[in-house]
Design a protein around this ligand. Structure first.
Ligand code: SF4
Length: 155
């Protein structure tokens, strides 16, 4: 069965000349964002409901179609907020670990979510780079941006 990657020279996007980024192939495990940051277009372009793909489909796409068939080893998880839902992010990491894939990847993280277990799983699954979308270290700015996070978590 043909896959859409069969018509696309995806390997030309991989670049090993940098230590981490750029030069990775993009994969998205979910669309949409439940947050409402006032400056962001994503809730309009991808909608506010977060729709996750099946973990086995995402890991299969990375493993079979991109790693095995095309030798891709570096990925960018282009989810708007990789670590939401938290359980979904952990399941993705477990899926990669279970698959035995030897890959490196990066993701965008919202500081409002996450725990030690997630970060440990991410490391074991090959995550080498996290972009933290904190935007500001000033409480009133965070509030005005409606980032959905504060400088300190209320445990
Ligand atoms: S969390 Fe990120 S993607 Fe979601 S609304 Fe805020 S800036 Fe946009």
């Amino acid at each position: 069965m043909r896959h859409s990657y069969d018509d696309f020279e995806v390997s030309s996007y991989q670049d090993y000349s940098s230590v981490t980024i750029p030069g990775c192939v993009t994969v998205q495990s979910k669309r949409g964002c439940h947050m409402k940051c006032i400056y962001c277009s994503t809730p309009f372009t991808e909608w506010t409901g977060c729709r996750s793909r099946k973990i086995e489909d995402v890991v299969g796409e990375m493993g079979v179609y991109l790693n095995e068939k095309r030798g891709i080893k570096r990925f960018f998880l282009a989810d708007n907020v990789f670590n939401f839902p938290l359980s979904n992010a952990k399941d993705f990491c477990r899926g990669v670990i279970k698959s035995g894939l030897s890959i490196e990847w990066q993701a965008i993280i919202n500081p409002a979510y996450g725990d030690d277990e997630l970060f440990s799983l991410m490391r074991r699954a090959g995550c080498v780079f996290m972009s933290l979308g904190n935007e500001s270290g000033v409480e009133p700015v965070l509030r005005n941006l409606e980032k959905g996070l504060r400088l300190r978590r209320s445990e």
